[in-house]
Design a protein around this ligand. Sequence first.
Ligand code: M6R
Length: 368
Amino acid sequence: EKDGHDWFMRKEIFEQPRAVADSLIGRRGAGGLLQLDEMRLADEEIRDLDKIIVIACGTSFYAGMVAKYAIEHWTRTPVEVELASEFRYRDPIVDNTTLVVAISQSGETADTLQAIRHAKSQGARVLAICNTNGSSIPRESDAVIYTHAGPEIGVASTKGFLTQLVACYLLALYVAQVKGTRYGDEIDEIMQQLEAMPDHIETVLESADAIYELARAHVGARSVLFLGRHAGYPVALEGALKLKELAYLHAEGFAAGELKHGPIALIEEGLPVLCVVPPRGRDQLHAKMLSGIQEVRARGARTICLAEEGDQAITPYADDLIRLPQVPVLLQPLVAIIPLQLFACELATALGHDVDQPRNLAKSVTVE
Ligand code: M6R
């Protein structure tokens, strides 16, 4: 049942190319137009949207952070992302021009369910991004985009996360199509880039052995930091969460630009810092990330850099280098998270932990 893998999690990591491909199937209808058929929201309702609020917990929340970058860039609609457990207790400003997007792999997370109930009571329209057919969250929502990850057994979400990212990109493109903020051929081009992602993910998975070796070399680490910028920032947070959950290690993700505002004080000799380097296309972003990496390295950090193929500028600053395929910055989370999942899985295995059933955690959190 684990297909020869030691853990469900590892099996699920390797299922990601398929899960992403499955989540893209059947999304284009006549004339190549995007169609989300579980989307029971009228075009006028989408055109009239003033604001989108994404609510979720844990890994799903990090998918929501990526969604903000994509939705705002492609649709010019303001997006807020909020932890479901915080949302309803702060008297949020929500009405019938607000679309609340609830992201939940299980569809049963109590914090998220309570948050959508509150949003609905305030008149908001609710769209669920969910992996579980007929679960409570999609049942109580006005519209649903189902992800097609298949059952996720490992408590740590992996393929659930990737398929949530795909659904968020699809939603963003769909809103762009309806609002007319992107032309058909632009949407087409991004869809083609998305359709190429399963092969890119496969390429990253081919470097699993090198990543495992790297992970085993860090068995003695007491703390690990993760740095990212732009869409790489939620990847850093998700990488840190994986390590907390599985290896019970202190791990923290930071926006690289925040380093100098405090976190750089944490850097000490030998501290492993995993850096998600943005693609070179966005020069500013890449150059700024590089200087952040230089700064932590100058203070003794051991840098493990995830950077795209052909990025030579990073080489002098990387103690270890993991190559990623060349993809646009907004889609980079789909490939950049893979090494971090593999790293956490292997490090936890080397520490002798139960990767599928980490201590103190449950697969669905059905209490607030
Ligand atoms: O089922 P959900 O997506 O609503 O779950 C949300 C979180 O509980 C979940 O992502 C949790 O953080 C995972 N254990 C992360 O690996």
